[in-house]
Design a protein around this ligand. Structure first.
Ligand SMILES: [Zn+2]
Length: 164
């Protein structure tokens, strides 16, 4: 039994091999390119991407259009979500967590939870499997966005009382 050490340089390797996570990441990048909030998501079934989407608060003036919500909207009606995985570049907020629970999506793969903690406890308490990739690209993307757009970020996570 040989346990290889995990150098930080390879931390993003598993996600880079997952086309569904890449779809979520590319959607986030697309949003960033449009001046929007760089959070993307994708819904997959059996490793095949059904649809991807990104936060559209800026692009459409839609406060409910978080990345996860946009991906689920783009996926359209699904008879069942029980065999699906939702990928997202950032830990899901309470709204998106509620939707994941409501749709009975059994598994969520998250790019990172360092810049926003999300609702992992609630997800796990409802039996949802949560996988955190800790993808450095996602951390960098959000840190850059949050530093350059503090007001827009506070708006998206409803932290309007934040004084800084
Ligand atoms: Zn959300």
């Amino acid at each position: 039994m040989t346990q290889e050490p995990q150098p930080s340089a390879t931390a993003s390797l598993p996600s880079a091999l997952d086309p569904a996570f890449e779809a979520a990441y590319q959607a986030a990048q697309k949003s960033a390119g449009e001046g929007g909030i760089p959070i993307g998501a994708a819904l997959a079934r059996g490793g095949v991407v059904i649809a991807a989407g990104h936060n559209e608060r800026v692009q459409k003036g839609d406060p409910i259009a978080h990345g996860e919500m946009s991906a689920l909207r783009a996926a359209g009606r699904q008879k069942s979500y029980r065999d699906t995985t939702l990928y997202t570049t950032l830990a899901p907020c309470a709204m998106c967590t509620g939707t994941i629970i409501q749709f009975k999506i059994p598994r969520v793969v998250v790019g990172e939870a360092r810049t926003f903690g999300g609702e992992f406890e609630l997800l796990r308490s409802r039996g949802v499997e949560v996988v955190v990739l800790d993808d450095q690209r996602c951390v960098d993307m959000m840190q850059t966005f949050q530093a350059n757009n503090p007001d827009l970020w506070a708006e998206d996570i409803a932290e309007d009382d934040k004084q800084d």
